[in-house]
Design a protein around this ligand. Structure first.
Ligand code: ADE
Ligand code: ZN
Length: 324
């Protein structure tokens, strides 16, 4: 089973590029850019990764991103993730980036996207890994700031496939961002949103009905609402579930208690991704391995999860056929 998981061709649909910043690279970039870190060593950084909810993680995650300053930094970050993809047999990946985390610190939008895009282009040419880039709005910031970010991004529209919504969920419902998602749709961008990670099922309804999303990121709280479960199953709305993230952020106490298999058994289109692998203890392969062991998934389940991700990807039919 371990070998089958290792070589299973995978598609990853929920990965924050800033969340792939390993402590070793964080230290190297801090030195290169003369940035002071509040940690003395890589071990100290790893020891600080003890979270009790989403916000306690976000505080450390945004602080870590401060070492990213130059185009080369964003290139190196993205390239390091693509090497992990190669090792995990990931053939296609859809990557979130959070431009506001960087523009708020004075790093130009161009620096961020040019570095990420250059690595993704090299990744396709040298590693054969295809990719899509999803621009995420930070939901703890204002709707106006999100609209400004979208407008700033438009000159790079060729490099951006879709828009998303992330950061602190509770108290920042999807309805706050209805106007910017409408504008993004008018500009031709499909949408996804984090919903039902910590937040209530109502946020998932809002993401579907107000933001018109094609996928729900996380969505595990849907289980509390039978009508929503029926809708997600009927419409085959993909959920990008991140099991190790959910444990690290205490959404479930133990992996054995995760509802991923119950969601599958209820007929939902479930996929597995890693979210912020440098912070949560595993890339997508490890998410498959740990979840399979904890929930006793068989090979059919794993192949179904992998196939669902191909179907849910922002790819044209011919590319999906090649991945199936
Ligand atoms: N940004 C990075 N990881 C996130 C997560 N798991 N939820 C919301 N926002 C995030
Ligand atoms: Zn996420």
């Amino acid at each position: 089973m371990q070998d089958a998981i290792a070589t299973l061709p995978k598609v990853e649909l929920h990965l924050h590029i800033e969340g792939s910043l390993e402590p070793e690279l964080m230290f190297a970039l801090a030195e290169r850019n003369d940035v002071d870190l509040p940690y003395a060593s890589v071990e100290e950084v790893r020891a600080a990764y003890q979270f009790h909810d989403l916000q306690s993680f976000l505080d450390i995650y945004y602080a870590g991103a401060c070492v990213l300053l130059t185009e080369q930094d964003f290139y190196d970050l993205t390239w390091a993730y693509l090497e992990r993809c190669r090792d995990d047999h990931v053939r296609h990946t859809e990557i979130f980036f959070d431009p506001q985390t960087h523009t708020e610190r004075g790093v130009p939008f161009a620096t961020v996207i040019d570095g990420i895009h250059r690595a993704l282009a090299d990744g396709e040419r040298e590693l054969g890994i295809t990719s899509r880039l999803i621009l995420c709005f930070l939901r703890h910031l204002s709707a106006e700031a999100a609209m400004e970010t979208l407008e700033t991004a438009l000159p790079w529209r060729e490099h951006i496939h879709a828009v998303g919504l992330d950061s602190a969920e509770l108290g920042n419902p999807p309805e706050k961002f209805q106007a910017v998602f409408e504008r993004a749709r008018a500009e031709g961008f499909p949408a996804v949103a984090h919903a039902g990670e910590e937040g209530p099922p109502d946020y998932i309804w809002q993401a579907l009905d107000l933001l018109k999303v094609a996928r729900i990121d996380h969505g595990v709280q849907a289980e509390q609402d039978p009508d929503l479960m029926q809708r997600l199953a009927r419409e085959q709305i993909p959920l990008t579930v991140c099991p190790l993230s959910n444990i690290k952020l205490c959404v479930f106490e133990r992996l054995e208690q995760h509802n991923l298999k119950r969601l599958m058994d209820a007929g939902l289109c479930v996929t597995i991704s890693s979210d912020d692998p440098a912070y949560f203890g595993g890339y997508v392969g490890e998410n498959f391995r740990a979840t399979a062991a904890a929930l006793q998934l068989d090979l059919d389940d794993l192949e179904k999860l992998a196939r669902n991700a191909v179907d849910a990807a922002f790819l044209e039919a011919s590319a999906k056929q090649r991945l199936h």
